[in-house]
Design a binder for this molecule. Structure first.
Ligand code: NAD
Length: 494
């Protein structure tokens, strides 16, 4: 392994959390290790915050919301997020190295993890400044005579944000910046495996912006109970969470006693329906690339490929060729496009599901193990499973690895039924020579978003989220900003 330890390689992030404007360690001095998944090395530490630290952070956010002008002063928020955008831009290369260090994301494919979220800070600053917080809906008939109605958009209050490890800096930004710009105060609890993508954001807010103490807090911890304390605390008005469906259920239950607004972006098991007129040599290479490029650790990955029986062999050949030539290796080496899984636990989960798939009748077409030339680091071979039973575990459970399953179908109706045979509904894809035919299929998929003929649904200007057990609510677009606001309807004389 050739991980570079100079100024282009591994970088330890800030080990402190941000509570009430102060960068600090937990009082006991406890820490937890941060591991580089590309080399299995312990590359630094993070302070191991406690429930009591979380309670202090929530108290600070509550006070900042209730007693400062933050929730009412749009121009000041615009000023602060503008400062933050500039500061993040100055720190861009540092943030990039932290993401590669913590996640093992290949350095050549970090744009969506670094540049795009930094741009989003500017987007939300502008969007929130231009938003109309008092909207006149005109005159409405009532039994007491006509009344004018205004909609007043208020921030929700204290927002607790819980994020996962797969795209940590992006999600720390995506969950907190619209919340802040809408006038809320925030407590962020980053994932255990990627604390520095959160602590660096806290450090930059504290050292390089005028964001007042208590408005933005970051609590690091290795304990799930600290995240749980955020989702149950009565002083928190809203939880925004991205992570697994299992944790999403626990958060919903914890939020129920205080009826918190809850926004959940959860797991996925999305299908790519290849219709019988599709050009598979054009559409399927990218399907294989997407499965490998983040080591399959993407919630929106269309990991179930549905091929018409008449095109099955052709489709399998294209996928196999792309996966077998995919550049897997050290994430610091430019040109490698697939790095490691985030941890040994995750890799074992991936390998276990592949084994389970083969035991339930799937054909292992390529991959299925650890690359021989990469014995150190949590690498997994790009893996293709054919003849997959749509009811088997490998077709039903989120794998979060560089694995595609392929299932043959006979009619479009059958393909749609297989695609919808899932507890999840996050994304999907349709390929066809005929856009109208593909659109008709896309409209019948029970899912939050669909790519048709390679055209992405994802971006800051359009709503994104899940149906079924993939989540509640939407990020991005107008809807993604309004999630962080409550509507107060005011009736008054015309
Ligand atoms: P996870 O659910 O294990 O953890 C996510 C976060 O929740 C972490 O910060 C963790 O510390 C915290 N947490 C754990 N238990 C908790 C509890 N009881 N109460 C409160 N917080 C708790 O998820 P992960 O393994 O970090 O991330 C992978 C998952 O995230 C996958 O399922 C993936 O599909 C999903 N994901 C979804 C989206 C989306 O937009 N829908 C995006 C990225 C990742």
């Amino acid at each position: 392994m050739t991980s570079v330890q100079d100024d282009t390689g591994i970088l330890a992030g800030d080990d402190r959390m941000l509570i009430d404007g102060e960068l600090q360690h937990t009082s006991s001095g406890a820490t937890f290790d941060v591991i580089h998944p590309g080399s299995e090395e312990v590359v630094g530490l993070a302070t191991d915050g406690t429930v009591s630290d979380m309670e202090r952070a929530i108290g600070a956010a509550r006070r900042a919301f209730d007693t400062t002008e933050w929730s009412r002063d749009v121009e000041f928020r615009y000023h602060c997020l503008g400062q933050l955008h500039e500061a993040l831009t100055r720190n861009m290369e540092r943030l990039r190295r932290i993401v590669v260090t913590e996640v093992g994301c290949p350095i050549g494919v970090t744009r969506s993890q670094i540049e795009e979220p930094i741009d989003e800070v500017r987007h939300w600053a502008e969007y929130g400044r231009g938003f109309d917080y008092l909207q006149d809906t005109g005159m409405h008939p009532t039994v007491m005579g006509p009344a004018r109605r205004l909609l007043h958009f208020d921030p929700v209050g204290v927002v607790g944000a819980l994020t996962p490890w797969n795209v940590p800096f992006y999600l720390n930004v995506a969950e907190t910046m619209p919340a802040l710009m809408a006038g809320n105060t925030v407590v962020l609890k980053p994932a255990q495996l990627t604390p520095w993508s959160g602590s660096e954001l806290g450090r930059i807010v504290a050292e390089e912006t005028d964001i007042p103490p208590g408005v933005f807090n970051v609590v690091l911890s290795n304990a799930n109970e600290v995240g749980a304390a955020l989702s149950s605390d009565p002083r928190v008005d809203m939880i925004t969470f991205t992570g697994s469906t299992a944790t999403g259920r626990a958060i919903l239950a914890a939020a129920a006693p205080t009826v918190k607004k809850t926004m959940l972006e959860l797991g996925g098991k999305s299908a790519h329906i290849v219709l019988d007129d599709a050009d598979v040599s054009a559409s399927l290479p990218m399907a294989a690339v997407m499965a490998c490029v983040m080591s399959g650790q993407s919630c929106i990955l269309p990991s179930r490929i549905l091929l018409p029986r008449s095109r099955y062999d052709e489709g399998i050949a294209v996928l196999k060729a792309t996966m077998e030539s995919f550049p897997v290796g050290d994430p610091w080496v430019a040109g490698n496009m697939q790095g490691p899984q985030i941890s040994e636990t995750q890799r074992q989960k991936v390998l276990g599901l592949i084994t389970d798939g083969v035991e339930s009748g799937a054909t292992l077409i390529t991959g299925g193990g650890i690359p021989e030339n990469l014995p150190t680091g949590y690498y997994t071979q790009p893996t293709l499973l054919g003849n997959v039973d749509p009811d088997s575990r490998v077709a039903q459970e989120e794998i979060f690895g560089p694995v595609l399953t392929v299932t043959a179908y006979d009619t479009d109706d059958e393909a749609i039924a297989i695609a919808n045979n899932s507890i999840y509904g996050l994304s999907g894809e349709v390929s066809s020579a005929d856009n109208d035919r593909a659109l008709a299929v896309a409209r019948r998929m029970r899912t939050g978003s669909v790519t048709v003929n390679g055209k992405s649904f994802f971006g800051i200007t359009s709503p994104f989220g899940g149906t079924k057990q993939s989540g509640l609510g939407r990020r991005n677009g107008t809807q993604g900003f309004e999630e962080y606001l409550e509507i107060k309807t005011i009736g008054l004389p015309g």
